[in-house]
Design a protein around this ligand. Structure first.
Ligand code: ZN
Length: 702
């Protein structure tokens, strides 16, 4: 996942004076005298954010006024570039804050975010619904053919114009008033949704006192669970939480069916407990408001509105695409279920397999068929070894090198910071890595920009972050991650490279500022290298002995990789269908969330043992992230990455000229051209779906 930034990065002024605190506010300094100008997290306190945001918004407002009141006729420079330049302080404050809000929040930060949500929404509307400003943009837009603009300038102008139109600038006054109300309410609801989810996730605990209930749980995870128990105030035992690195291994290894049921239900009922943190009414309201807004904007549904600005273009195309994969995936998932059911019978349990049994018996089948032992595998995936693995891949493909900077300010002591250098030693950018799960961090993994690359006013190099929820080190034992975690690390690193390698003029077209169904292409393609045997041999080394991973383990990982693809594909596609169902509503009526979700899952024929990867109550991507009507993007982009990786398979894994073409046509281009154009420029043709189906073992009838 990654955070999507708005296209017109909400505008700047240079720092004015007062910060209202009677002291210095580091967030408002014109520049930072840190190495590479990174944010001075060591001097930034929670109290600085709110006044800095307000100051930055006021600055931007003044800047917009200056553009609007310019007596000269509108030109590309005095309107489009001026708008592009505006809001620098706000962009900077929002980036610095956004990173901390998601990766290291606390009560104060959450309160600031809540307070600001409606103010920021109103501020964005003040700009996007400013008719006088739009008149000037439109005037430039209408003369665009005669202005002698280069392709990137043309793209900036077109995107900016479209952005305003899509924000409702052409609406009549009454509709604009309603639009603002909707946006403000949506901002608050999304905020509330996310906070409820964090609360529901953190409130749950499964405290286990009998070691037998842990089964074959790997030692490193046992240690982490014991640490968690202490943190939660127990004298002994093991505590498990609803964070994926904690719950998943428990479900995989605990032979205690009742405990598995408890934690599984804890997970899938988040936001659906009819308590104060229930999200059902909130999310139904969000969907209804989005439907109403789409209507206001002249679109059939929210999905139509969103998709018209993506590669997929329409919900029909997304449905047609998902349906192509759904059928084979469901067939394979049912075969998997039957194998698990049989394994459970052998265990002497006559009852029907349930959701909380899936991972446990999948692990048993995996052991029986492939003798794949997670614990053994983890010993070859120490987090720093995997990090060195992705660094090596980037080095072989593009000659990049990574130099650790131990003294740069950061928001948590566990973070690592690197300078990224080009093959010739010149500076490319800065990369922050934040690996471990903790309560102050939201779930999942993501990348964000602390500073986006641009060249409008001199060369600005990117500063980006990668965030994960890996198990923290425990005692003397370093963090040993699963093979899937290693792929996640590669994925976010791909987003980071997309930001770092950006080479464009305008910040709002920079790096990962591309449509959502394209943005996962540069991230997912990196996963391919990390699972190639030739690459595994290079980075997967035993954390104690340094021995490379044995050949037989590689063979097993490969063979076992296909097993479970039915489950993984089905749970993912079910969530994609659920997302589309919520966002193809044609009326603004609030639904009974539980009934609505059940009906859609019944429609697609989802089997009882597999819940959608995200049920509505905790579907943060779509109700509190940037992925509404866009969760399908991951598998859409997987068509691209599977097909693109073929280009390396056809030549060689580290083929420099293919790598250079990928950098030249995709990774450096940001959003300066439509995604499909970039892809064709790289590959010389459209992508095909076959490499994806083959990769997931979904071809043929067996
Ligand atoms: Zn991603």
């Amino acid at each position: 996942m990654k955070h999507i930034k708005p296209l017109v990065a909400l505008f700047t002024l240079t720092a004015l004076t007062a910060c209202g605190l009677g002291g210095e506010n580091p967030l408002l300094e014109a520049s930072w005298d840190t190495a590479f100008g990174v944010p001075p997290y060591d001097r930034i306190g929670d109290r600085h954010y709110l006044p800095a945001f307000r100051q930055a918004m006021a600055e931007q407002k003044a800047e917009i006024d200056a553009i609007v009141n310019n007596p000269d006729p509108p030109t590309f420079a005095n309107t489009i570039e001026a708008l592009e330049r505006s809001g620098k302080t706000l962009t900077r404050v929002a980036s610095v804050f956004g990173a901390v809000e998601s990766a290291h929040s606390n009560e104060t930060i959450l309160e600031v975010a809540s307070t600001l949500a409606p103010e920021r929404a109103a501020h964005a509307d003040d700009i996007r619904l400013n008719s006088a400003l739009f008149e000037r943009i439109k005037a430039v837009y209408e003369q665009r053919a005669e202005l002698g603009l280069d392709p990137e300038q043309m793209r900036l102008l077109e995107e900016m114009h479209k952005d305003f139109v899509r924000s409702g600038i052409d609406l009549d006054d009454e509709a604009k008033v309603r639009l603002r109300e909707i946006n403000a309410e949506l901002a608050e609801l999304s905020q509330q949704f996310g906070q409820n989810l964090l609360e529901e996730t953190n409130d749950f605990e499964l405290h286990v006192t009998s070691e037998a209930d842990l089964g074959e749980l790997p030692g490193s995870l046992k240690g982490a669970a014991a640490d968690e128990a202490i943190r939660r105030g127990h004298e002994n035992g093991w505590s498990f939480t609803l964070q994926r690195p904690s719950i998943e291994p428990f479900l995989q290894y605990s032979p205690n069916r009742e405990l598995r049921r408890q934690i599984f239900m804890g997970y899938v009922m988040r936001g659906d407990n009819d308590n104060e943190a229930d999200n059902k009414v909130i999310l139904s309201r969000i969907a209804a408001l989005r439907a109403e807004r789409a209507k206001l904007m002249g679109y059939e549904t929210h999905a139509h509105f969103v998709l018209s600005d993506n590669m997929a273009e329409t919900p029909q195309r997304v449905y047609a695409f998902l349906d192509q994969i759904w059928e084979p995936a469901l067939r394979v998932a049912k075969e998997e279920r039957d194998a698990l059911q049989q394994m459970m019978r052998q265990d002497g349990i006559a009852e029907e397999l349930q959701g909380w049994d899936w991972r446990y018996y999948a692990e048993k089948v995996r052991m029986a068929r492939y003798a794949l032992d997670e614990e053994t595998i983890r010993q070859y995936f120490q987090v720093n070894a995997v990090r060195d693995g992705v660094f090596m891949v980037a080095n072989r493909l593009w000659g990049l090198t990574f130099v650790e900077l131990p003294d740069l300010p950061r928001w948590h002591p566990d973070q690592q910071v690197f300078e990224v250098r080009e093959a010739d030693g010149s500076h490319l950018g800065i990369l922050y890595m934040d690996y471990f799960a903790r309560e102050s961090k939201r779930g999942g993994a993501w990348m964000n920009d602390l500073r986006a690359q641009s060249k409008l006013d001199g060369e600005v190099k990117a500063v980006v972050t990668n965030n994960f929820n890996f198990p923290p080190p425990s005692g003397d034992q370093p963090s040993l991650i699963s093979f899937d975690d290693a792929l996640t690390l590669a994925h976010e690193f791909g987003h980071a490279l997309h930001g770092l390698m950006s080479n464009v003029t305008y910040e709002s077209l920079s790096g990962t500022a591309v449509p959502r169904d394209f943005v996962e292409f540069p991230s997912q393609i990196m996963e391919n290298w990390m699972s190639e045997p030739a690459v595994l041999r290079l980075y997967a080394k035993h954390y104690q002995t340094g021995e490379p991973i044995p050949e037989e383990l590689i063979t097993k990982i490969e063979a076992a990789g296909m097993f479970g693809q039915g489950f993984a594909t089905v749970e993912y596609l079910a969530a994609s269908y659920l997302d589309l169902a919520w966002h193809t509503l044609t009326d603004a009526e609030e639904k009974d969330a539980r009934a609505f979700e059940n009906a859609e899952m019944a429609r697609i024929g989802l089997i009882d043992q597999i819940p959608p990867r995200y049920r509505s109550g905790y579907f943060q991507h779509i109700f509190s992230g940037g992925y509404s009507a866009g969760y399908y993007s991951y598998i859409w982009a997987e068509v691209l990455d599977a097909d693109a990786f073929q280009a390396f398979k056809e030549t060689s894994l580290f083929d420099r000229s293919t790598a250079d073409r990928l950098r030249e046509h995709v990774l450096s281009k940001g959003g300066t051209r439509p995604g499909m154009d970039l892809y064709r420029a790289f590959r010389g043709r459209d992508p095909g779906i076959e490499p994806l189906l083959a990769k997931r073992g979904l071809t043929g009838g067996n």
